[in-house]
Design a protein around this ligand. Structure first.
Ligand code: GYE
Length: 387
């Protein structure tokens, strides 16, 4: 830049000398000075632009070099990078699901797992997925907290060329994912209803007045279980006195049941909890309110999930029937990824099978949509083998 300015100053001075020789010394002097000034300004401006362009080019090159290095490091570890946006840590079911994913997507199995516990916060879950896109993972697994609000972010995954696999809960407003692996929540809800019908008939119970403690509102697990049970209740003319969410937590179940015990004192003979943790809380509330539950008692207590602690309560005669939801879907998701790695098209929908559990006295024959169901008697061995 300095060299250019000196050159311009010199050529201006030479012009001044020439004009002075022609006898118009003063005017020439002024013109020359202006010319010099203008030239200096132009040169400075040009140099500033040159420098800025040079800096920007340097920066872009540096950024590209860093990106390339990161990419090289990522792919050179030979692992399949998976981002998993998990719902949270609200229940025994969730703990089992997380452990299963962490075991399956381990380094020893050829994976690098980026696990995010979204703490039941939908905004945090969308952010987790966007971070996976930025990190350019190979696959994204989502257990959707709620079933709607997904199309925009799934479009972003699609545009980034990252396949999405949905696990457990469903996405109902977008089809931009390659596969879903999970349980049929509507069938679980119908199972509870159809079992209750058969159990009530077998035990001479003519009137059903039910209270429902539902799961997290807007999750497909809540929607399916509520709809399935309600379908049977409506058909049979049962009364559902109330339905309030316990958010799939023990605390939530206890709080809702405390308020139910006050509002519906002596009016209910069935309590449906949409997971075992809510049932644990509801039992505490009923104990405190002096309400007896379990086979042969005031209240028929129905639960979902059938985790180890839930089945222990079935065995102890507290929960009358427990409708399983199997949380161990991660090995099946790994199968989907392996198929894609091998260039095969994965199955669009893979159902994880569930069992229905009770003690021998509460095992009754029932059908769902004309399909006969089998129930499993809860024994120590069954509990031992459960998740
Ligand atoms: O029933 C409950 C958990 O999405 C099926 O979420 C899952 C449910 C499960 O919190 O315990």
């Amino acid at each position: 830049m300095k060299k250019k300015i000196i050159g311009v100053v010199l050529s201006g001075a030479m012009a001044a000398t020439f004009l002075a020789g022609c006898g118009q010394q003063q005017q020439a002097q002024q013109a020359a000075e202006q010319q010099v000034q203008q030239a200096v300004e132009d040169a400075v401006a040009e140099a500033v632009v040159d420098q800025a362009v040079e800096d920007a080019v340097d920066e872009a090159v540096a950024e590209e070099v860093v990106d390339a290095a990161v990419d090289a490091a990522a792919s050179s570890d030979g692992l399949i990078h998976v981002g998993f946006a998990q719902v949270g840590h609200e229940s025994d079911w969730r703990t089992a699901s997380t452990k299963s994913c962490q075991d399956v997507f381990s380094e020893a199995n050829g994976y690098n797992l980026d696990f995010v516990d979204c703490d039941n916060d939908s905004a945090a879950q969308l952010e987790a997925v966007r971070t996976f896109i930025q990190n350019d993972v190979d696959y994204i697994i989502i257990d959707p907290i709620v079933s709607t609000g997904w199309d925009t972010v799934l479009t972003e995954c699609d545009e980034a060329g990252i396949p999405v696999i949905v696990i457990d809960r469903t996405i109902d407003d977008s089809d931009k994912y390659v596969s879903w692996v999970g349980s049929d929540f509507l069938t679980e809800g119908k199972a509870a209803g159809e079992w209750l019908k058969a159990y009530a008939e077998a035990n001479g119970i003519n009137e059903i007045n039910a209270l429902v403690i539902s799961g997290s509102t807007g999750s497909s697990a809540q929607i399916g279980r509520s709809d399935g049970f309600r379908e049977v209740a409506d058909r049979e003319g049962w009364t559902i006195l109330d339905e309030q969410t316990g958010d799939f937590t023990e605390d939530g179940g206890q709080q809702v049941m405390e308020s139910f015990c006050k509002s519906y004192d002596g009016q209910f003979n069935v309590v449906v909890c949409q997971n075992d943790n809510e049932a644990f809380g509801a039992m505490t509330a009923m104990d405190n309110a002096g309400v007896s539950y379990g086979p042969g008692n005031d209240v028929i207590l129905i639960s979902f999930d059938a985790c180890t602690a839930g089945l222990e309560d079935v065995k102890a005669g507290k929960i009358t029937a427990d409708f399983e939801c199997n949380p161990l879907a991660a090995p099946t998701v790994a199968g989907v990824i392996e198929a894609m790695e091998a260039g095969e098209a994965p199955e669009a929908e893979i159902l994880v099978p569930d069992n229905w559990y009770a003690l021998a006295d509460a095992i009754v024959d029932f059908e769902i949509d004309g399909v006969p169901q089998t129930m499993t008697e809860v024994t120590d061995e069954v509990i031992e083998a459960q998740y």
